[in-house]
Ligand binder design. Sequence first.
Ligand code: GCW
Length: 671
Amino acid sequence: WLRYAPLPENLRPSTTKLPSLIVALNTTETSNTPVSVAAKELQAGIQGILGTQLEIATEATNTSIVVGTIAAYSDKYRELNASLLEKDGYWLVKKGAKVRILGQNERGALYGAFEYLSRLARGDFSDVDIVSNPDAPIRWTNEWDNLDGSIERGYAGPSIFFRNGGIVKDLTRVAQYARLLASLGLNGIVVNNVNAKPEMLTEINIDGLGRIADTIRPYGLQLGISLNFASPQLLGGLSTFDPLDSQVVAWWTEKTNKLYKRVPDLAGYLIKASSEGQPGPLTYNRTLADGANLFAKAVEPHGGIVMFRAFVYNHHADWNDWKFDRANAAVEFFKHLDGQFHDNVVVQIKYGPIDFQVREPASPLFANIPNTNMAIELQITQEYLGHQDHLVYIPPLWKEILDFDMRVDSKPSLVRDIVAGRRYKKKLGGYAGVVNVGTNTTWMGSHLALSNLYAYGRLAWNPTQDSKALLEDWTKLTFGHDRSVLDTITKISMESWPAYENYTGNLGIQTLTDILYTHFGPNPASQDGNGWGQWTRADGETIGMDRTVKNGTGNAGQYPPELAAKYENIETTPEELLLWFHHVNYTTRLSTGKTVIQHFYDAHYAGAATAQTFVTEWESLRGKIDTERFEHMLFRLKFQAGHSLVWRDAVNGFYRNLSGIPDELGRVWNH
Ligand code: GCW
């Protein structure tokens, strides 16, 4: 989306309206700061889009673009807008050929420059006077990259950051990635996997991390690091990693000081503790708050923050225990700790109570810790959504969660207002997006998957935006202005999440993918009878998790009263979450009059049928986009079409066998 492709003649304005110079405030000729990056970006962008070479000058005129911090700008109208700007925000004013891009800080100026260029690239030359502030202070990506260069749940080749136990020498690609993220208004990258290796903190790797930080800093991005909780023992040679042990505290303090010496603007730490076999405070009977506060104290003097993940659950659950529920874990582990976390701790919560499934309700934790800073964790990498081999445009799913009203104290409590810190008046909060880009030249393994990253960043800046409008922006920037290209990509992308849900798991049963190994392809049999707790409780007659208070796991009761009542009652539970909250007969009737099992059969046909159309839709674009990207996507969409049939027949065949109930339309499947 940063191609700055030449704008077609018919979309160009008359040349007299164009600026003739760029003036960069706060810079010297040699500086490599967000404002100097912004000036160069403006120069390259305008050259690409309009074919005009603008000089970078020092004296502003009425036909120049001025970019910089608002503090460095002397103008009598400055005060009014300066007071409206919040951290990282910008004021963009364009009147004819006079353009002013003024940030609350340097980063804001860079964001404003990208916004201006995005408008030009989309052929929008209208005058504008806007103040734009980010909705939340934390707008980060989380990379799950390992020191050996592999990436957990990465589907786009090896890491751009690490290789053979260290940080790669050539960080060119990292700079390009930083540019991508900055153009969306993102401001932090946690570079290593939450399943972290202690070796991340060796002397040589600290220096390598410093090189990464130096590379991303000009783009306004700060570095974050995932830590292994047992590092004092595994790396430091101490006999313990007890968070309350004075030697452990001293060890972390010293490491942290060393890190900040090399990276003075380190954003902070991300911690996965006492989860899925990772070490944590529970080993020593300390609380998760004790664990989080250990790091909070260490980074506090340096202005750093701690993102502490709420993804803590027992993965050796007892399947025979009807009352056990992994979906309850976050509230069980965190609710009683509300108010005990330091001010610079943010609890990072996956959007749903289980794990990035195709359909989940919003996590009840958002409604249960009002005295704690919170961030939402979204997954851009398609772990459960077809590994980027399937087209799934995810923002409509994210929007359902972000716009969801938790009704805390029977008052409007949208998830997006909670994570922005507005609802509970917290200073910190925001967004963490799991990305896992790799060295693949497409970044994410599929050209169309990039719309997910684009929309993630834009939503983290302003979650009220419409997911279809964001998609259209991205498509124009990425593929140009041909109407049929825009319409086709918009159509198939907007149909993709509902289609994927249809041909994988329906009615809130979850994705039904293989959960034991690959998280790819259908395997409904793998859901039940294991310790992971992503259960469906399917047997010969019935299916679904009973999460009611009266007869089930009690999960419905973790929501505020209005929602609890709604989910407790099968009549008022939204149908797309029926099997998430209720255990029913296959023959239970839905509002359509269909039985649950017949809905499964039909939805799988409908979803797979939609996936077939993606191929023909895409083929209609032959010759309208370049061959390389055309063929790349055609191959993937054909795979998806075929795989959707595999999904359809495997899932339908499985439930046909289990229930013994034939399809009303007489279709048969060999799964
Ligand atoms: O979804 C699961 C993934 C793990 C991941 C874990 C987590 C990084 O399968 O690969 O580990 O969640 O989010 O910690």
